[in-house]
Ligand binder design. Structure first.
Ligand SMILES: CC(C)(COP(=O)(O)OP(=O)(O)OC[C@H]1O[C@@H](n2cnc3c(N)ncnc32)[C@H](O)[C@@H]1OP(=O)(O)O)[C@@H](O)C(=O)NCCC(=O)NCCS
Length: 109
């Protein structure tokens, strides 16, 4: 993680990452990228998440073109943007994938 943006870009060391980052984060070591590992990790997260809920939300830095491409390819849709979330001047995009509405309409229309 400390070898990847945005942490690398903003000078975060391995130790800083351990201390500061509490959100679950996906990271594949650079030498193992582009072999489908990221795709499989997202698939695993979906398997776990969709057992419990109908939605999976992902935050991704606006400049992280590679990760954004991956999420779009896997069916995630951009639903929002939060400015200055991790760092000043950097937005996080919110991506969502859903398997349907959370609740059922029990009344017959
Ligand atoms: C984003 C990240 C997790 C993707 O991991 P990855 O293992 O490289 O992901 P994949 O291999 O599944 O997909 C990456 C590309 O390889 C391609 N690919 C997948 N399997 C492949 C294979 N067997 N052979 C060749 N290419 C392949 C995919 O089509 C994809 O292409 P694209 O960039 O045009 O979309 C990784 O780049 C990373 O750790 N980045 C730094 C941390 C980060 O940004 N995390 C996300 C924060 S939200």
């Amino acid at each position: 993680m400390a070898a990847a943006d945005p942490w690398l870009r903003f000078g975060y060391t391995f130790r800083d990452c351990l201390k500061k980052i509490s959100d679950p984060l996906m990271c594949v070591a650079p030498e193992f990228r582009d072999r489908g590992i990221g795709t499989n990790l997202v698939g695993l997260a979906e398997k776990i998440a969709f057992r419990r809920d109908k939605n999976l939300f992902i935050f991704v830095s606006a400049f992280n073109a590679g990760a954004i491409r991956l999420y779009k390819r896997l069916g995630y849709k951009k639903i929002g943007e939060i400015e200055d979330y991790n760092f000043r001047g950097v937005s996080e995009f919110i991506f969502r994938k859903t398997t349907g509405p959370r609740l059922q309409n029990k009344k017959i229309a």
